[in-house]
Write a protein that binds this ligand. Structure first.
Ligand SMILES: [Zn+2]
Length: 76
C-alpha cells in the first residue's frame, strides 16, 4: 500500500525500503479483480507484501510455490 509516496507492507504495516530500480525492489505486489462467481463480484484488491511476510505466508502453503534459480545474471 502506498501512502504519501511511502510504500508499506499491508501485512505487518512496516515501511518497505525501495530500491533504486524495479530490479532491486523486493516485495510482492498483488492486484486482483474478482470475477462474477467469486462472491466478490467486480471487486478489485491490491496489496504490497514485504519479503518477510511473504516468507511467513508461503510457509503456510500445503504445496510450496515453485522456485526457480535464476541462472542468467544481467549486468548493467
Ligand atoms: Zn510485512
Amino acid at each position: 500500500m502506498r501512502e504519501a509516496g511511502i510504500l508499506y507492507c499491508n501485512c505487518c504495516g512496516k515501511k518497505i525500503p525501495e530500491g533504486y530500480s524495479r530490479e532491486t525492489e523486493d516485495f510482492f505486489h498483488f492486484e486482483k479483480t474478482w470475477g462474477y462467481f467469486s462472491g466478490k463480484d467486480g471487486t478489485r484488491q491490491t496489496a504490497d507484501i514485504c519479503e518477510f511476510c511473504m516468507e511467513q505466508w508461503i510457509a503456510q502453503f500445503r504445496i510450496p510455490p515453485q522456485t526457480v534459480e535464476r541462472t542468467e545474471i544481467f549486468e548493467c
